[in-house]
Design a protein around this ligand. Structure first.
Ligand SMILES: [Cu+2]
Length: 288
């Protein structure tokens, strides 16, 4: 068997070609302007509700504080490592201490102050963000189930529901500049109702009603998903969100009514069918 010896330059050429190809691939897959903008805003999408900037500020604040602490800590470590390194192998070791009270007090008090600071801002914003008004403009009762979502438009008495099929994911309509309370419930396991552009998510529990209120203020189409690893088809729990003008919202409500989707998908209308799927009683007797 002949051995082929690769010359040094041939090897380098091959590495060069591989590097070039990867660079082209990276460029071709390209960062869109949106990617760049998201990276600059520490990876959150453009806020689409009145409440979202509160969350964005909390997020920025946490990054600023973490960056400050990180840079300071790394700086002190590097300073100590270089300033006090042993100059020669036979230089004496620095004085060894068993304890140092001021230092120990400092590294107890400083983290405590940091944690209290984070707690204060988080608790303050959470208090505002989870406040639900008694008379919202709209109420949507959301049922998250394995593996999709049902949206009940309480004021209009109609609903929409999806299935686990990707081409059949449901769309949640919301009128722009009107407040909406989401009432979250699950018939099976814990899910999490998440609309990334709202910068807000909340867990969906069985036997417990969770609520939050937002006012979408940007017309557009957004992605929605389950943010709690709830089982084998968790990844199929996608939905769309359309924030639209009032007239379009009313048109959509009328469409749902025409389709016979009148009433409510309650948790007990979703029953277990086999091992993996949940059957939805879409049109119960007497409602079609
Ligand atoms: Cu889920």
């Amino acid at each position: 068997m002949a051995t082929v010896r690769t010359s040094r330059s041939a090897r380098w050429r091959r590495w060069g070609a591989a590097a070039g190809a990867s660079a082209v691939l990276l460029l071709a897959s390209g960062c869109s302007q949106q990617d760049v903008q998201e990276a600059l805003s520490f990876n959150h999408p453009d806020p689409a509700t009145e409440q979202a900037p509160v969350i964005a500020h909390l997020w920025y604040g946490a990054w600023v504080a973490a960056t400050f602490v990180g840079v300071l800590t790394a700086g002190l470590i590097l300073y100590a490592a270089f300033r006090y390194r042993r100059k020669s192998p036979d230089a004496p070791a620095p004085k060894q201490l068993r304890y140092n009270i001021p230092l120990e007090l400092m590294y107890t008090v400083v983290p405590l102050v940091m944690i209290l600071g984070m707690f204060y801002f988080t608790a303050r914003d959470q208090h505002d963000l989870t406040r639900v008004s008694a008379t919202p403009d709209n109420t949507v009762s959301v049922v998250g189930f394995r593996w999709s979502w049902a949206f009940n438009y309480t004021e209009d008495g109609v609903y929409d529901v999806g299935t686990a099929e990707v081409e059949d994911i449901p769309t949640l309509y919301l009128p722009v500049n009107e407040s909406v309370v989401f009432e979250l419930e699950s018939p099976d396991v814990i899910h999490s109702f998440w609309i990334p552009a709202f910068l807000m998510k909340m867990d969906v529990f069985p036997d417990r009603l969770n609520k939050f209120e937002v006012t979408p203020n940007k017309v557009g189409e957004y992605a929605g998903r389950c943010a709690e690893l709830c089982g084998v088809d968790h990844a199929r729990m996608l939905f769309r969100v359309k924030v639209v003008e009032r007239a379009e919202y009313d048109r959509h409500m009328a469409e749902l009514r025409e389709k016979g989707q009148v009433g409510e998908i309650t948790t007990d209308r979703i029953s277990r069918d086999g091992e993996r799927y949940w059957e939805i009683d879409r049109y119960p007797e007497g409602e079609l």
